[in-house]
Design a protein around this ligand. Sequence first.
Ligand SMILES: *Cc1c(COP(=O)(O)O)cnc(C)c1O
Length: 398
Amino acid sequence: MAGSDDTRPQYHIATELVHMDSDNVKDNYNAASVPIYQTATFKQTQADGTGGEYDYSRSGNPTRTAVEAHMAKIMRAERAFVVSTGMTALDVILRLVKSGQEIIAGDDLYGGTNRLLTYVSQYNGVKVHNVDTTQPEKVAERLDPVKTRLVLLESPTNPLIKIADIRTIASKVHEQCPAALVVVDNTMMSPLLQNTLELGADIEYHSGTKYLSGHHDLMAGVIGCKTAQVADQLYFVINSNGSGLGAFDSWLLLRGVKTLAIRMDKQQANAEQIAEFLEAQGLKVHYPGLKSHPQYELHRSLASGPGAVLSFETGDVGVSERIVESARLWGISVSFGCVNSLISMPCKMSHASIPAEIRKQRHLPEDLIRLCVGIEHVDDLVSDLANALRKAGITVKQ
Ligand SMILES: *Cc1c(COP(=O)(O)O)cnc(C)c1O
C-alpha cells in the first residue's frame, strides 16, 4: 500500500482522510500544510541532467505526489494518479484500448462518459456495447476473451440510481476474459462509502470535482489502480499527454478531501430524510437508502451507505420545471458533491448531450428531477422543497 508503512495500524477511513503519513511529504521546514510547488522545472546536480528526484512538472511534482499517495492510501490502491478532470481520468484509461478491441459499458452513464465513448467508437475503431449492468448476465453475454478490453461500470448510476453488482460482474469478467480490465467510476459513492478495488475492480476512478474536493472550486480526476503493471501503463500516458493535475489544484484537492467524511455523513443523513419526505408525497423516488429501491439489499452488500444523490419523477415535465424554478435554497446546477444543495433536470442539463431517442430507449424520464443534497439544515431544505412542490400545484402532506 502506497504512502504508509506496514507496521502502523490501519485506521478508519475518516481518520486516514485527515492523517497524512509524514513520509509522504518531504519538506525542509516541516510545513503543516503540504507546500505548493508552483514550478515547471527542477534543477539537477549532474551534467547529464540527473540527480534530482523531480525534473519537470509534467512528469512529476511534489505537491501532486503528496495528494496521489494520500489518495492511494484512501482508495487502498497500489498507486493513484490525479489528473485535470474526471473526464481526463477516463480519457487516460481509454488509451489502454486498441483499435479492434471492445468496451462493455452501462446504459445509464454520466453524459460526458457517453460522449467520450461515442468519440472512441467513431474515431478509434473501438466497439462499445451499452448494456443494462443491473443484470450481470447482460454483461456476460457480451464478453469476448479476445476482444473485450474494458468493462466500465457506474454504481449507483446517475441519474436513475441503478445498482450494478460489481462483485459478481468483476468475477465473471476475470474468469472469462483474463486480459480484460474492470473499471469503475466511483464518483457517486466516493471512497468513503464504497471501495471498488476490494469488490474486484482493476481500476477505480473519480471526478475529484465532486465529493473529494467538496466545494466546487476546482476540477480534478483521480485514478486508483490495483496493480503496478496497470499503474505503469497509465503513468506512461499521463507523462506523455501532460494530463497530470497542476500544483495548486493538487493542493486544493488535498485540502478538500480531508473533510470528506464529515461532509458526506451530513449530506447523506440529509438525503435520507429528504427521500422519505418525497416518498411520503406519493412521488416515485430513486434512492438506494429507501427500502422501496428494487436493489436496496444489493447496494447494502456493496457500499456502507446510500450517498447523497437522489432523483424523483413527478409525471409531468411542466410540473418538474416549475418545481426546479421555484426552489430557492436549491441551486439550479449540474454536478454534485458540493456543500450546497443542487437541483436539476438531467434530460435538459447534464444528460442533454445524449440524443432524445437514446434517452427514451434507456428509459430516462424527461420529467426526472435530480437532487444533490448539501450540508444545510435539513428542515430548511425540506420546507424549501415543500414550497416548490406547492407552487407547482402538488398538495403537500407534512
Ligand atoms: C462529473 C462526473 C464525471 C466527469 O468529471 P469532470 O470532473 O466533470 O470531468 C464523470 N463521472 C461522473 C459520475 C460524474 O459525476
